[in-house]
Design a protein around this ligand. Sequence first.
Ligand code: SF4
Length: 301
Amino acid sequence: MFLFKYPKLFKFRENNQERMAEKNIKSGKFNKISVTLLSSYLYCKRKMFIEQVLGIREMPKEATVVGNIRHSVLDLVNKQEKGLVSSIIPENKEMIDKIYKESYSNNLKNAIKINKNLLYSLGLDLVETYKKLWVFFNDEASTRAGNIISFIKEFNVFGTELWERLTPKIESEVFVSSDRLELKGKIDRLEKHEDRLVPVEIKTGKAPKEGVWEGHLIQVAAYMLLLEDQFKKNTNEGIVDYINEKAKRKVKINPFLKDEVIKLKNKVKELLNSSQVPPMCNQEKKCERCGIREECFNLDN
Ligand code: SF4
């Protein structure tokens, strides 16, 4: 490519990559690997390297912006849930579903308003975005309300006592991290049962015919390892929730899968602390829809 015609420029880029790698090692930026990078590596290691090490990012896409809105609403409702559950008393117990739906709806409207310029720049209509996301939040509200209703039926408790005794407690956007495993991540949804923790990864893409995609399997397995390490609780089952297809797929951990996660984390870490750009993935379909295609093709190796 054109860099071969300009050896000085080639040298500059090479040196620059080395400098960046050195800087990354010194700063300890990649001492702990984010769980999402494990699936990014499996998808295309070159893309992961270009984004993470060279700092070249894709322009925001519809899926990313909509995904960020979804995460921020989950996070907000999560923070409000203690107050919400504690406000449930015998007089309003018939309205639990409504209370949850109002909370999700209000937070969703606010999140859309905050992101309106970004949505407009992508040619997205605010009302259509609300409707699209509401399908998911409507289900989410029903799941959470259903959980509370069943608990009240069984134990007949209300207010702060209801919150304190509630099980499973469902939390969203739960941060987990481990120095020992050199991993960190944010779990979309965590079901806290008395005897076990169940991480749930929410995905908007297509579900495979059976089971889960490899990247999703590794991601959920990594969360199980992190939960086990952090909370010392039984975590041998996780879920991938393909929300657009209403398909909840279970993932069971086993010693081979644990090994796979650790081996993959080591490979990711090694790559992120190196200065060597990996080869192209040679998968036409992936490259066609890749947002950093041009930058990738213009690299010299
Ligand atoms: S264009 Fe293809 S090889 Fe290059 S980063 Fe994107 S997916 Fe990977």
